[in-house]
Design a protein around this ligand. Sequence first.
Ligand code: NAD
Ligand code: TYD
Length: 338
Amino acid sequence: MVFLITGAAGFIGGNYCHIMTKKYPNDMFIGFDALTYAGNIKTLAPVMERDNFRFVKGDIYSKEDVKEVFDNYKIDIVINFAAESHVDRSLDNPLLFVKTNVDGVALLLSEALQRGVKRFHQVSTDEVYGDLPLNRPDLLFNEDCPLKASSPYSASKASADLIVMSYYRSFNAPVTISRCSNNYGPYQFPEKLIPLMIKNARSGKKLPVYGDGLNVRDWLYVADHCTAIDTIVRNSENGKIYNIGGNSEKNNITIVKTILNILGKGEDLIEFVADRKGHDRRYAIDASKIKSELGWEREYKFDDAIKATVEWYVKNDKWLSEIESGEYLRFMRSHYGE
Ligand code: NAD
Ligand code: TYD
């Protein structure tokens, strides 16, 4: 089978290509990515030389780029990881998120279906459900919860989910959606909480914690997200939505202290800063549907995988420092100040 992996040079798409090109030597994987500030071709270095991998630079929002990749390869399955993915950036430039995450997805989906793909899988997020209160630990997001997105990022992802599902209802299109909680692991862009805190702690910079630091996320190791998507794509019926979660809720201050502890750094580096606008309080996932219907469960435990993640960033200093390009520095300065 031939897979089109959009957003392949990003964090999760990159990890997906690393794992799946090895696991399925008889399948072909076409990595497709516009190489925005978040895409890094070096993330794909481990797979570039593999016989079952090709890289194509292209934009999901460009009709020409999308048509060309379908002309050049007989694609069976599309997995759409491509997105603008950072909530803080969506507060700076909401329209870019609509362009990529809504219009781009609609264009890619429509072309893929015209070409007769067997499956279009949309990688979505638990953020489409909005947030949960801290004082109701019994509440979890399940697949039937209403979409109540808070940020321009999550609203753009929710919009894409609606478009994808409308193609199922209207045209019986072979689509699936997964909604995952927060990922961590190698190759994550250091504007997101975990790699940013590792990077700052290592260089003795302050660790900017938004608000009171008590916001809760459910954390899942990226390899587990990749195997969950693989399970859905190969085994699910059309038109299904699955939550993916780590059953590992932590508040931000706990995450930051864990990182400092692993690195042997002091908590005096922590700095509480102004809260994010509209900051979602808690995300928590009920992932029982994917377990009962498809048999998927997470493999990695947080305490071990966070240590391995910190060690990866320590060992891969070069990957991290190369990312600090013009656009990265511009955003960091405008968001956090000098
Ligand atoms: P990322 O920002 O690291 O990677 C996104 C990739 O998409 C980049 O390589 C970028 O160059 C590419 N891209 C952006 N616009 C594009 C376009 N117009 N055409 C082609 N490529 C484009 O993001 P990530 O963390 O790897 O997230 C991947 C997907 O998973 C996203 O759809 C995101 O919404 C979803 N997701 C992420 C998380 C998380 O914790 N990171 C959790 C749940 C869901
Ligand atoms: P992030 O990694 O941006 O993921 P998301 O907002 O999609 O969950 O942020 C995770 C949590 O960490 C979120 O509650 C915001 C918080 N955060 C900080 O406190 N400081 C920071 O510098 C960043 C980037 C995030």
